[in-house]
Design a protein around this ligand. Structure first.
Ligand SMILES: [Zn+2]
Length: 148
């Protein structure tokens, strides 16, 4: 763990494409556009010690950790606008999908439409994750970074 990592809070967000806590201080932006902050002690932090800032803010607001099923949506669509008034707590992936496409809640939509929407979305997320991992693997080899 300790490779002489330097971490200090930054006011400015540094745009770096993946978690590199030993280089990046405190905040980072995930390639998916969300702000990550370094909070390894937080119950909602990922294994690599980062937590999405919007999830962190919501947990602070609720004064409890978020549950597995809970998602936090950015009302104005700006993934980096993590003011509490821009955040909406939703109970499930389905509700979150509706937040992105209220048309999904339309009872007249066929099951098929909803199924396809979910699959497309899943595939998008997967592809992003794959890209990120590829990039990170390359960087890791080059800079000798830790596994995340
Ligand atoms: Zn959302």
């Amino acid at each position: 763990m300790d490779k002489g990592w330097t971490r200090k809070p930054l006011d400015n967000i540094s745009v770096i494409s993946m978690p590199r806590p030993h280089i990046v201080d405190y905040r980072d932006i995930h390639p998916d556009g969300y702000v990550l902050i370094w909070k390894p002690e937080h119950p909602n932090a990922k294994k690599n010690g980062y937590i999405y800032e919007h999830r962190y803010k919501m947990a602070e607001h609720l004064q409890r950790p978020l549950k597995e099923n809970e998602h936090v949506h950015h009302i104005n669509g700006n993934k980096q606008d993590n003011r509490i008034e821009n955040l909406l707590l939703v109970d499930s992936q389905h509700e979150h999908n509706i937040a992105h496409d209220p048309d999904l809640a339309n009872p007249n939509h066929s099951r098929e439409y909803k199924r396809k929407w979910r699959l497309d979305n899943k595939e998008r997320l997967r592809e992003r994750e794959r890209q990120w991992k590829r990039q990170y693997r390359a960087l890791r080899n080059f800079f000798g970074l830790p596994r995340v």
